[in-house]
Design a protein. Structure first.
Length: 241
């Protein structure tokens, strides 16, 4: 994760905690740059992220203000435009444990070749993990990643955070995700691993995730029980140019 993304997340945490209050101006950029030990250019990138996500706004020649509903947005479930992993999403307040159900190398099928833009001779990781949060089933993940893009994945990585490994160890930057969200009937695996009940809906998220240079590195499908939270959408109107 880049420094400006880290700063943006820290500011969001302060909005959530009420340190930066809704409707009030943020400290001036010189003060904030000093507070976060960064340059004003990096800080401006952080503020641009916050504007896009709907936390702050600014007027030409005026201060940057925390939006009146920013605290509500900060405390909502994960946004559809976010692509953090479960470990980062839950933070340090919850214990996240990964149970590896399947981990193998194989060659891709046609759908995986299309999604990951790879050839039939390019090996992929085929990963199936159950994610437990505070001991409770949270997500059942089916993940495919090309070995030549994300090398070195092993069981140690799978037991912790794949995204953490990608960003901290491989020094790669995650750029964007193409995501589809559906409510579905539980599968046999959902009943077994998520302790879902027949007739209760499952939240299914299918996505292809890209590095910042546009290279796809993940094709995945994740099932979550309906009562583990949801996804939010923030829409921002932009005037026609």
């Amino acid at each position: 994760m880049s420094r400006y993304e880290e700063i943006a997340n820290e500011i969001i945490e302060k909005i959530r905690a009420g340190i930066y209050k809704s409707g009030n101006p943020l400290p001036d950029q010189k003060t904030m740059a000093k507070e976060y030990a960064t340059s004003r250019m990096t800080l401006q990138k952080s503020l641009a992220i916050l504007k896009t996500r709907g936390y702050v706004y600014s007027q030409q020649g005026a201060a940057t203000y925390v939006k009146s509903n920013a605290d509500s947005i900060a405390n909502m479930s994960i946004g559809v435009d976010q692509y953090v992993g479960t470990s980062q999403l839950m933070g340090q307040e919850h214990k996240v444990v990964s149970k590896i159900i399947k981990f193998e190398l194989r060659y891709p099928n046609k759908d995986e070749m299309r999604d990951l833009r790879i050839k039939e001779t390019d090996a992929i990781y085929n990963i199936k993990r159950l994610r437990l949060v505070d001991g409770n089933p949270y997500a059942l993940e089916y993940t495919k990643m090309p070995v030549n893009v994300i090398p070195g994945v092993n069981e140690k990585v799978l037991h912790s955070s794949i995204y953490g490994y990608i960003q901290s160890e491989l020094k790669l930057t995650i750029g964007a995700a193409d995501r589809t969200i559906n409510a579905e009937k539980p599968s046999a695996d959902d009943l077994k691993y998520l302790k879902a009940k027949t007739g209760e809906p499952i939240l299914n998220v299918r996505q292809v995730v890209y590095l910042d240079d546009g290279t796809p590195f993940e094709s995945s499908s994740t099932d979550r029980p309906y009562n583990t939270g949801g996804y939010r959408v923030f829409l921002s109107h932009k005037a026609d140019l």
